[in-house]
Design a protein around this ligand. Structure first.
Ligand code: NAP
Ligand code: ZN
Ligand code: ZN
Length: 349
């Protein structure tokens, strides 16, 4: 079937309307009519070929929510009319150790929602800036939020799980002082989730204008990272730092804020490398510099259910598809509070 989408034909070209094809649902497939799709900074990196290996046409989008419009004969967990979500993963090998543990995100054969290999035309997956998607039910998420919150639920499918997974892994919770660096799509969810987990949250931003907003999102303290005195006040004090910054920057400034045995996990994936950290910043306090990739399917469901129970959604600005290129430019300037979400009904126009 043919559906309308928004994507790019080359890295230096703007996104434009295009028709794409979706497979007819197979026995295990769920067909979802997409209501909303969030815009992740990874979409920009990928569609502009800032990371290696982008294939075109490229239709980004992996923060997908909508309503089930058909299911295959063997599907047991979803029925027509259900609210459903799709995040960053649409397939994996299903039998390696990672898949067995529900950590499909670390499977060597994980198929991302866009730019991943697939037998479907055109040979690579096409994402959620589109009217409809067809996905095996193993990778489809249940949404238990009220329907009125659907647009604001979309960013949980990437920004939510990418911050939830490391916060849980490194045990954010009561009695732990947790830093979140960068208050964009990921960072604002990191603040909300770490706060809901009971941690003492310190937000780090380069934008003076976001200082007050950080407190409103749930941060106990907000630091403008360009201010050395403010940074020094937190030296050797944080148990864990979640670093979401999308550009190369001085990691030492943040490593110095970790207490002995503290960890900083990088989730931001800039196109060019960070300046190397000073190893003495690690050695002298047995600190760890780590990374984390999205999250597995079971923990994504766990995060969505936690957010439904605690009334947590993203802070969003909803846009029509024609405004995607402008939204990208605003994100490059840090001008987003805190996630753009595409109203996919606008694709029909
Ligand atoms: P975003 O909404 O654009 O936010 C990034 C934030 O980083 C900005 O709002 C800004 O916050 C800060 N920042 C940007 N440029 C900076 C600079 N030059 N110096 C210091 N701070 C800067 O992006 P996002 O969607 O949250 O994604 C963030 C990064 O995570 C991207 O690289 C994305 O590809 C990556 N990502 C990784 C995973 C994973 O699995 N590891 C998953 C999703 C996304 P302030 O204004 O507060 O300073
Ligand atoms: Zn993403
Ligand atoms: Zn696997």
């Amino acid at each position: 079937m043919t559906v309308k989408a928004y994507g790019a034909h080359a890295g230096e070209r703007p996104l434009e309307p295009m028709d794409i094809s979706r497979r007819e649902p197979g026995a295990h497939d769920v067909q979802i009519d997409i209501a909303y799709c969030g815009i992740c900074h990874s979409d920009i990196h990928q569609v502009r070929s800032e990371w290696a290996g982008t294939v075109y046409p490229c239709v980004p989008g992996h923060e997908i929510v909508g309503r089930v419009s058909a299911v295959g004969a063997q599907v047991s967990g979803f029925k027509t009319g259900d609210l459903a979500g799709v995040g960053c993963i649409v397939d994996s090998c299903r039998h390696c150790g990672e898949c067995g543990e529900g950590l499909e995100n670390y499977c060597d054969h994980m198929v991302p929602t866009y730019n991943g290999p697939t037998p479907d035309a055109p040979g690579h997956t096409l994402g959620g800036y589109s009217q409809r998607i067809v996905v095996d039910e193993r990778y489809v998420l249940r949404i238990r939020h009220p329907e009125a919150q659907l647009a604001a639920v979309a960013p949980l499918l990437c920004a939510g799980i990418t911050t939830w997974s490391p916060l849980r892994h490194w045990k954010a919770g009561p009695g732990r002082k947790v830093g979140v660096v960068g208050i964009g799509g990921l960072g604002h969810m990191g603040i909300k989730l770490a706060h809901a987990m009971g941690a003492h949250v310190v937000a780090f931003t380069t934008s003076e204008s976001k200082r007050a907003a950080a407190r409103a999102l749930g941060a106990d303290e907000a630091v403008v990272s360009r201010n050395a005195d403010e940074m020094a006040a937190h030296a050797d004090s944080l148990d864990f730092i979640l670093n979401t910054v999308a550009a190369p920057h001085d990691l030492d400034a943040f490593l110095a804020l970790l207490k002995r045995d503290g960890t900083m996990a990088l989730v931001g994936a800039p196109a060019s490398p960070h300046p190397s950290p000073n190893v003495f910043n690690l050695i002298m306090k047995r600190r760890t510099l780590a990374g984390s990739l999205i999250g597995g399917i079971p923990e994504t469901q766990e995060m969505l259910d936690f957010c439904a129970e605690h009334g947590i959604v993203a802070d969003i600005e909803t846009i029509r598809a024609e405004a995607i290129n402008e939204a990208y430019e605003r994100m490059m300037k840090g001008d987003v509070k805190y996630r753009f979400v595409i109203d996919c009904a606008s694709l029909a126009a």
